[in-house]
Design a protein around this ligand. Structure first.
Ligand code: SF4
Length: 719
């Protein structure tokens, strides 16, 4: 239920789902007998600048998942006698987990215990989970599902700019730039309130170029839509850069003053002739020229990427090619210009900054950096040498289950639906000696566990998230959780105590945040100057935000006056990039084909994505009636020419077969997709599970799997 006017009793907070982290308020009203008791209402929150009160259907209906009718309210333990998950006490469930993890460590060694987190966990939980893995379990085997989300963009960001923050500028800058190239993002479906930034861009006279193999609802807004063959975005970016150079449209002064490595990058781009790029991508040369003209004629410009170019086995280089285009045209490190990644998951950004990633410590510090280890070990009160080194990436970790990794603790993720080659990952999960899952609902992954812990969710607990702009936000507890559930922080506290660590895992989120601030101090993602109070007083705080030094209001040391707090950093790189010498790095990159090309047996390309009414693996949104009515199941989108060739009519049941398995779903025929490509959304388990088909080929740098392109054949099921 949505009410148009704010009520005094409402609590301001944020949506549980995507990286926009829309502001909303919640209030509880009596619902009467028919509603089964009190009802939690979403109230518009027009004061929050990111969404100004707008919400998509997922945010509007989010309270439905708070209902005890759809969520877990008691721990479950698999009973040997029945082989089934059955209710248990918290004491028994926690003891079983502690025993399971301890036994594995004793028999097989500490790296035989794995931990898998999620990009939906708050900063406090991500931090505590990373600490738990490294201090209590002493395992290196921890990673999270954010690896499947934006890791290629993060790696390319680091390589070029020395720092990764999804957007190095606030969203409010987008309508004021001259031209946006939006690559592989369908904002109209993934985060609809953000579409207004593009609408306002056009109202202000700016140009919009959308790169997507499908003419999505977002692409329909574009001045120019380029529809490359899936897996060829890298060639497209190189072709554009080639034309920029050939037409003399580079910004030589910017290249000279602010960058390094241009000669090699230029040579790599010049090897990609536009005619060759047209053959590879299917985008005609005149359209490439149009794009170059629009982008270069605009005084300012941005390139924004999302999962399309990133979820490829060459995702880091692909994003790197788009960054090179920005640098060569002087559209980075300047007001209203730059490259940015539209992170997907609710806390995809913060989730990768605080230590649940295989190679990182809190503050976005590198696990291999001795100074970083010493600093974080000091905050944790442990010997730096006791901290394990980097572990496997998400897919590699899941692929090792049952082999090197015998037990797994999983929080806030559903890889049975969301991992590539999901049928294989499901088998690996089944082969574990011991699996423990903490979740809100009995997801498809939780259903395989030996122990399932029911935990609190967004509106029932306080914690911070960091949205796609790098804006740190406070989600407030607005309603009481049902009896029988506990917070993830309470779970980690209890497990740590059972495993011999009585101290170090507080259950109060603000206390955890204060420790996180200290652990991040001086690191790339410095939160030390951020507090719950400061976030609550404004519209969030952008990191980096170091704690003000002791001294005067003007920052000079030695004064008796209190220093002004650091204001946070909405815009990065305006004076210098975060590299040692302050210059951005061009990286020479070359096109290479997708890991799996089409052939006679698998002649069509499959690409996957989301629909507006479902979110990620659908574990929450598939439990909301209104969303299910809008998006009840998977489908296969295909072009009329392909449909005709296959003898397929609208609604026919199709079997899509890849080298890894098959999925079945009805046909949806549209000319909004290339005729060599089919599209499937990935939110559902069972026979329509798109990720049964996807290819786990990994990017060599980011270890991102190639979700966005694989070869398939499409068959119409016999009547
Ligand atoms: Fe929630 Fe994202 Fe929808 Fe906003 S756009 S309401 S954050 S799911």
């Amino acid at each position: 239920r949505t009410s148009p006017a704010p009520a005094p009793a409402s609590t301001p907070t944020h949506c549980p789902y995507c990286a926009l982290q829309c502001g909303m308020s919640l209030r509880t009203v009596p619902g009467g007998e028919a509603a089964g008791g009190d009802v939690v209402e979403v109230v518009e929150r027009t004061d929050f600048p990111v969404n100004r009160g707008a919400l998509c259907g997922k945010g509007r209906t989010a309270p439905a998942v708070l209902s005890s009718r759809v969520r877990l309210t008691e721990p479950l333990v698999r009973r040997p006698a029945t082989g089934r998950l059955e209710p248990a006490t918290w004491e028994e469930a926690l003891a079983r987990i502690a025993e399971g993890l301890a036994r594995t460590r004793e028999v097989y060694g500490r790296d035989a215990v794995g931990v898998f987190g999620g990009g939906g966990l708050t900063n406090e939980k991500a931090y505590a989970l990373g600490k738990f893995a490294r201090v209590v379990l002493s395992t290196s085997q921890i990673d999270y599902n954010g690896r499947f989300c934006m890791s290629s963009a993060a790696a390319a960001h680091q390589r070029a700019f020395g720092l990764d923050r999804g957007l190095p500028f606030p969203l409010e800058d987008i309508p004021r730039t001259g031209c946006v190239i939006l690559v592989g993002s369908n904002l109209a479906e993934t985060m609809p309130p953000a579409l207004r930034y593009l609408t306002e861009l056009k109202e202000n006279g700016g140009r919009l170029i959308v790169v997507d193999p499908r003419r999505t609802r977002t692409a329909e807004q574009a001045d120019l839509h380029l529809a490359p063959r899936p897996g060829t975005d890298l060639a497209l970016a190189l072709g554009l850069l080639h034309l920029v150079v050939a037409q003399g449209r580079t910004d030589d002064a910017f290249i000279q003053e602010r960058t390094a490595g241009w000669d090699e990058a230029r040579a790599a781009a010049m090897a990609h002739w536009p005619e060759h790029v047209e053959r590879v991508t299917g985008v005609p040369v005149p359209r490439l020229r149009d794009a170059v003209r629009m982008f270069c004629d605009a005084g300012t410009g941005m390139v924004l990427t999302a999962r399309g170019p990133e979820q490829q086995s060459k995702g880091t280089d692909t994003v790197g090619a788009w960054i090179n285009l920005c640098l060569a045209t002087g559209k980075a490190g300047r007001p209203l210009s730059g490259y940015g990644c539209l992170t997907g998951q609710g806390n995809g950004q913060g989730g990768r900054e605080h230590g649940q990633k295989a190679d990182q410590l809190p503050g976005y510090r590198k696990l291999t950096d001795p100074a970083a280890r010493e600093h974080v070990a000091g905050v944790w009160g442990v010997d730096p040498d006791s901290l394990p080194g980097p572990g496997r990436s998400a897919y590699e970790l899941l692929d090792a289950l049952g082999a090197d990794i015998k037990s797994l603790l999983l929080m806030g993720s559903n890889p049975v639906v969301s991992a590539p080659h999901a049928s294989h990952i499901e088998e690996r999960l089944r082969s574990l000696d011991f699996l423990a899952v903490a979740d809100v609902v009995l997801s498809e992954t939780a259903a395989l566990a030996d122990v399932v812990l029911p935990v609190t969710q967004w509106a029932e607990e306080t914690g911070t998230t960091t949205n796609l702009e790098g804006r740190v936000l406070l989600r407030r507890r607005a309603v009481d959780p049902p009896p029988g559930v506990r917070t993830d922080l309470e779970v980690l506290h209890a497990l740590a105590a059972l495993l011999g660590h009585e101290k170090g895992f507080p259950v109060d989120p603000e206390e955890v945040f204060d420790e996180l601030r200290r652990a991040s101090a001086g690191g790339p993602a410095d939160y030390s100057g951020i507090s719950y109070r400061r976030i609550a007083e404004g519209d969030g705080v952008f990191w980096p935000c170091p704690e003000a030094p002791e001294g005067s209001a003007d920052g000079s040391e030695g004064s008796a006056h209190t220093a002004e707090p650091h204001p946070g950093t909405p815009r990065l790189f305006l004076d210098r990039f975060a590299t040692e010498d302050g210059r951005a790095r061009f990286v020479p990159v070359a096109h290479r084909p997708a890991a799996e090309e089409t052939d006679a047996e698998y002649p069509v390309l499959l690409t996957t994505g989301r629909v507006v009414a479902q979110y990620q693996s659908g574990a929450q949104t598939r439990r909301v009636d209104e969303l299910n009515a809008a998006a009840p199941g998977p489908f296969v989108e295909l072009h009329p020419r392909l449909a005709q060739r296959l003898g397929v009519a609208e609604g026919d049941r199709l079997t899509v077969v890849s080298r890894r398995g098959r999925a079945v779903a009805p046909a949806r025929i549209t000319d909004a997709i290339r005729s060599d490509t089919v599209f499937m959304p990935f939110h559902w388990p069972g026979e329509g599970r798109a990720n049964t088909l996807t290819n786990p080929a990994l990017d060599p740098t980011s270890r991102m799997p190639e979700f966005k392109v694989c070869a398939v054949r499409v068959e119409r099921e016999a009547d």
